[in-house]
Design a protein around this ligand. Structure first.
Ligand code: NAD
Length: 330
């Protein structure tokens, strides 16, 4: 029997731009890229000393191949940031359903749509070969409860979701131009959680309540279900998307745990060993009953499947929250 040839090493990413690098997902992504030897240019408009940014950026300290640019993508010169980049991971954006109903909507439009158009213009001009953009499961809106497939007709049910769908379409429209050198992959993230999760998100709020004894406000009856997706799984899918072939298009990144908000509360109770005091409030506009990802395309196009279940993922998040000095544990 002839000896098989060793597998050719996969070419890594030499140089990447991560927008939203001072955010929850962007900082984890940037760190993973740096750990694998990629040079990373991180861009974010937040003041690095802002309490929402500092712990995220602290995860990037000590990497000589990290360069941070404090800039707003709505106004800054983007071309120089893209020089020689193999890929742009465009994660900068304004997230969250509830504030998007009010006067803050203009911020959603500015960052998620107008800034994205400037990024796509620059990426096309600078001939960046690949762009991965963070979209959202929220674009599906109200579903029958079954898994959402990428080809399903989207019914965004909040202003936030409308901007994410527009963002996705905008990036794909640029990629479809005859003169476009850029392949675009839009990842529809499903409720991402793990260490440094945004404080407005449910798992963060539930763990904080369990750990501090402060009551937890629950909107609706708690039977809303989500595909909770652990941050390390999301980062793996995002890096895999940098090598996804042309015409991959839109891909769901969700799974690991389909659970209700009540399941989250019970898991937090048992991890911390104390029952959360729950204050029930009315359901909020735009909060859908169920999100669930059909992951077949992610498996086929990215070779990806989720690996972390809810108790293990929430345990890791709880341990991070318990670290001395964690801003949100107080
Ligand atoms: P985050 O708020 O922690 O990070 C977003 C970062 O983008 C922030 O640091 C912010 O300062 C930066 N930013 C916003 N507008 C900018 C601009 N105009 N110029 C420069 N920087 C700007 O949010 P996150 O949870 O890490 O989400 C990252 C992306 O993933 C967002 O696009 C969000 O819509 C998307 N997403 C997140 C989730 C989730 O569960 N967290 C789910 C679906 C989609």
């Amino acid at each position: 029997m002839s000896e098989s040839l060793p597998a050719a090493p996969k070419p890594g990413i030499r140089r990447a731009v991560v927008t939203g690098a001072a955010g929850f997902i962007g900082s984890h992504l940037a760190r993973a890229l740096l750990q694998s030897g990629t040079t990373v240019i991180g861009v974010d408009r937040r003041d690095p000393n802002d309490p929402a940014a500092a712990p995220n950026l602290a995860a990037l300290h000590g990497f000589a191949s990290y360069m941070h640019i404090g800039a707003d993508l709505l106004t800054c010169a983007i071309d120089p940031l893209l020089f020689d980049a193999d890929v742009v991971f465009h994660l900068a954006g304004v997230p969250g359903v509830q504030p998007s109903w009010g006067p803050q909507f203009s911020e959603y439009v500015s960052s998620n749509i107008l800034a994205t158009q400037r990024v796509m213009d620059a990426v096309t001009r600078m001939r960046v070969p690949q762009l991965v953009v963070a979209s959202s499961s929220s674009v599906y809106g109200r579903t029958s409860g079954g898994p959402s497939v990428e080809s399903d007709h989207p019914h965004p049910s909040s202003p936030y979701a409308v901007t994410k769908l527009a963002e996705e379409h905008l990036c794909l429209a640029y990629a479809a131009r005859a003169d476009s050198p850029t392949n675009v992959v839009a990842l529809r993230y499903f409720t991402v959680y793990g260490p440094r999760q945004r404080p407005d998100m449910f798992i963060h709020r539930a763990l904080r309540s369990a750990m501090t004894g402060q009551p937890l406000r629950l909107y609706g009856d708690g039977h809303q279900r989500r595909d909770f997706t652990y941050i390390d799984d999301v980062v793996r899918a995002t890096i895999a998307a940098a090598a996804a072939p042309e015409a991959t298009g839109v891909v769901n990144v969700g799974g690991g745990a389909n659970a209700s908000l009540i399941d989250v509360i019970n898991t937090a109770n048992s991890l911390v060993g104390r029952d959360i005091q729950v204050h029930v409030d009315t359901a909020r506009n735009g909060d859908v009953l169920t999100t669930r990802a059909d992951s077949r395309r992610a498996r086929a196009a990215l070779g990806w499947q989720p690996t972390v279940d809810l108790p293990n993922g929430m345990r890791a998040q709880m341990q991070a929250l318990a670290q001395p000095g964690h801003r949100a544990a107080a």
